[in-house]
Design a protein around this ligand. Structure first.
Ligand code: T1G
Length: 696
């Protein structure tokens, strides 16, 4: 047995088979050292007569997570990944790859350069590059269709989704699933291949597309789904190049890859990738140990409470639901059961699994049933007096050390906490409807929340599969506070000359899944009406107030539930409501406003800048820890296009100087609203950007 080592790639020869081990923790990212190590290993295999075949395998949790995302913005160091893969594929001796955990991006491309692919039962294979704003850049778009055909390759590459071991074996992506010891299975497999000619995907003739219009149709369908994101559409172009001879196809793939790599969208998506992980890293919280949570109590079985209960049950917690009376309790159970039915009907849960989960649900009208709960989440009516009463009762019933959470969206949690004798155990866990589906969780700390209580919030959020973002107490926390400004701008423009459907169309073109007026119709106009009434006493007298939505609401048009709101809903289609249009025109007239045109670009800019300006205030006040926390809230909770990186990242990409100059220009018409956030002013003066505040 001979052995040589580089830092990241080890090679050991055992009975004629070289075992090449990638060892670059934590995820075996393909750093320069890994690329060089693989090239050296292949050179050694070629010249070492004792070697007759090779196995490539990953050390640690997974095979490989792909290219090192941290190297992306930097000048590439040789050897390139395509060179590395060519060296593997060129081997005259059979090379078998053994995949456990994940093989993603460049990791799967390396696997495609090997002659045989074996997978462990739990393995997941994917090309997630489009989600980073790029395309596979090391032959993935050329080798994959040669192996599994265009349709299957297009599905994997344009969605970035991961295929499991079974699917990989069925599609031909994997040659076999190895049960038991993966390395031993791979060694046995490699031994049987000794002496066989290498199987090189690049040598296979270009496949035929499934139909003559295949690429044109695919491009149109992918573009519709992508909502402004370029990379999936470009991935189809790269795939189309696979009908060319391999050398020409990879050249085209590389050109597209290089073009996208430097794009703003790739920059924004990389930011989102790191931000999604950075939000869980709260400075100063490193030493706080989360409290153990197994039993969860939920107070309130309405839409939110039922959604939270389902999220908790699915994550493996036992749940005790509390309602005010027996009738409400039955309705709460019914809501939970209906949510679970959603999974069953989509084939994502069996009836048995549903029954199991319901078996872990207890329900009671007595707070005494919460005596053993480790965490209680209150999701009752949004009213301070009601919440205080609930927390006083909870204080009496819950065991010492239990974490007490409120799901309020707006109310002052300091005040709620003060209704208990243990305010340091109280925090906000703000879920987004539907709570079992939406991935955002705002974890709201009060002035007194204990560090280990915050840490518990993050640990629970992680177990629920949420992206948790820390926020401070203010009206609306991070997300709804920005939403209020988004809506205000939309209202101002409607009163000044745009129509609600113009705003919706412009914001959908911006990349939102649904415009703000359609969203209001969906959630019910009475919700925001009640909110405006609540805020009326504290609204500054000098602030502009648009009464259009109030009048639409007062006419009884509450949105979809009444068949009419900003739109009229008939036969499954939405058309602009002509009566709402009349109200818009009347209100402009009543205020003496001469209506003017707004281009889609102006609509997008005003709304985006309102979000940026408020986001800057939120960061400056410490409500959000960093600009990236604001970005994650917007992306995960409000449909802000990920490929724009969130509002703060979008501001950096536009350039803060320009953002500030435009805001000042808006301020010349409306000085009250468009006062630039001091943080924005300061960053521009110092020549900095929001990303400078995000930390390493
Ligand atoms: N590069 C660098 N660091 C990475 C990384 C990567 N590719 N993937 C993960 N990390 C870090 C991550 O930031 C975190 O660091 C730690 O590893 C654990 O990650 C030419 C160009 C692999 C499924 O898009 O999907 O190949 O926060 O917390 O939940 O065509 O990470 O601890 O400091 O996420 O177990 C394509 C992205 C590259 C894969 C593991 N690859 N990664 O999930 O742990 S493009 C990807 C993931 C490419 C070629 C192109 C997941 C994971 P820290 P984690 P996890």
């Amino acid at each position: 047995m001979t052995e040589t080592e580089t830092a990241a790639v080890g090679i050991a020869v055992d009975d004629g088979i070289a075992v090449i081990t990638i060892d670059n923790p934590p995820v075996n990212a393909i750093s320069q050292a890994v690329r060089q190590g693989l090239i050296d290993a292949m050179a050694e295999i070629a010249t070492n007569d004792a070697v007759e075949a090779a196995v490539i395998i990953g050390a640690g949790r997974m095979f490989m997570a792909g290219a090192d995302v941290r190297e992306f913005g930097k000048p590439p160091l040789p050897p390139t990944l395509p060179e590395t893969i060519s060296a593997i594929e060129a081997s005259e001796k059979p090379v078998v790859v053994a995949i456990h955990g994940v093989a993603l991006g460049g990791g799967l491309e390396i696997a495609l350069g090997c002659h045989y692919r074996l997978v462990a039962p739990g393995a997941k294979l994917g090309l997630p590059e489009v989600s980073l704003g790029i395309i596979p850049g090391a032959g993935g778009t050329q080798r994959l269709p040669r192996l599994i055909g265009f349709e299957a390759a297009l599905d994997l590459i344009t969605t970035g989704r991961q295929a499991g071991a079974e699917e990989a074996a069925q599609s031909g992506l994997a040659d076999a699933i190895i049960e038991g010891d993966l390395k031993q299975g791979a060694l046995d497999f490699a031994k049987r291949r000794i002496g066989e000619p290498p199987r090189r995907l690049s040598a296979i003739e270009a496949p035929k597309p499934e139909s003559p219009d295949f690429f044109a149709e695919a491009k149109a369908a992918v573009a519709r789904r992508a909502r402004g994101q370029e990379s999936p559409v470009k991935a189809v172009e790269a795939l189309e190049a696979a009908i060319l001879p391999f050398a020409e196809g990879v050249k085209r793939e590389r050109e597209i890859f290089v073009e996208l790599r430097g794009s703003d969208q790739a920059k924004a998506l990389r930011h989102a990738f790191f931000a999604e992980r950075a939000v869980a890293k709260v400075p100063g919280l490193d030493d706080a140990k989360p409290r153990d949570v197994a039993a969860v109590g939920v107070i309130g079985g309405g839409t939110m409470g039922a959604g939270i209960s389902v999220a908790a049950l699915r994550a493996g917690y036992s749940v005790t639901l509390i309602e005010a009376d027996v009738g409400a309790l039955a309705r709460g159970r019914e809501n939970i059961s209906k949510n679970l039915d959603g999974y069953v009907s989509r084939g994502r849960m069996t009836e048995d699994a549903k029954a199991d989960l319901l078996g872990k649900l207890a329900a009671s009208v007595d707070y005494g049933a919460l005596a053993d709960a480790d965490l209680v989440i209150e999701a009752v009516f949004e009213d301070m007096d009601v919440k205080k009463e609930v927390f006083a009762k909870l204080d009496a019933a819950a065991r010492p050390g239990a974490v007490l959470a409120t799901n309020t969206s707006y109310l002052d949690i300091n005040e709620i906490a003060a209704a208990t004798k243990r305010p340091s155990d109280v925090l906000g866990l703000h879920f987004f409807a539907p709570a079992h589906i939406m991935r955002l969780l705002e974890i709201v700390r009060t002035g007194t929340t204990a560090p280990d209580v915050i840490a518990t919030g993050f640990a629970v959020g992680r177990k629920l599969g949420k992206v948790s973002v820390l926020a401070g107490v203010c009206d609306g926390f991070i997300g709804n506070r920005i939403l209020a400004h988004f809506r205000k701008q939309a209202d101002y423009m409607v009163e000044d000359g745009a129509m609600p459907w113009d705003i919706d169309a412009a914001m959908e073109a911006f990349g939102l899944p649904m415009g703000p007026f359609k969203v209001m119709d969906l959630s019910g106009l009475d919700i925001s009406y009640a909110m405006r009434r609540r805020l009326a006493p504290t609204r500054p007298a000098e602030e502009r107030y648009v009464a259009i939505a109030d009048r639409v609401c007062e006419a009884g048009w509450l949105g979809r539930k009444t068949g009419r709101g900003w739109y009229v809903y008939e036969d499954g289609t939405a058309t602009p409501n002509p009566d709402a249009e009349k109200i818009v025109i009347e209100e402009s007239k009543r205020k003496g406003i001469t209506r003017r045109d707004f281009s889609p670009e102006e609509i997008q800019t005003r709304i985006l800048y309102a979000m940026i300006n408020e986001g800057a205030r939120i960061v400056e006040e410490g409500i959000a820890l960093r600009p990236l926390d604001v970005d994650m809230v917007e992306i995960m909770g409000y449909g802000f296009p990920r490929w724009r990186g969130g509002p703060m990242c979008a501001a950096d990409i536009i350039g803060l100087e320009r953002v500030l100059a435009d805001i000042r220009a808006f301020a010349s018409e409306d000085a009250y609203y468009w006062e630039a956030a001091p943080l924005l002013e300061r960053l521009v003066a110092e020549g900095k950007s929001f990303s400078d505040l995000n930390g390493g």
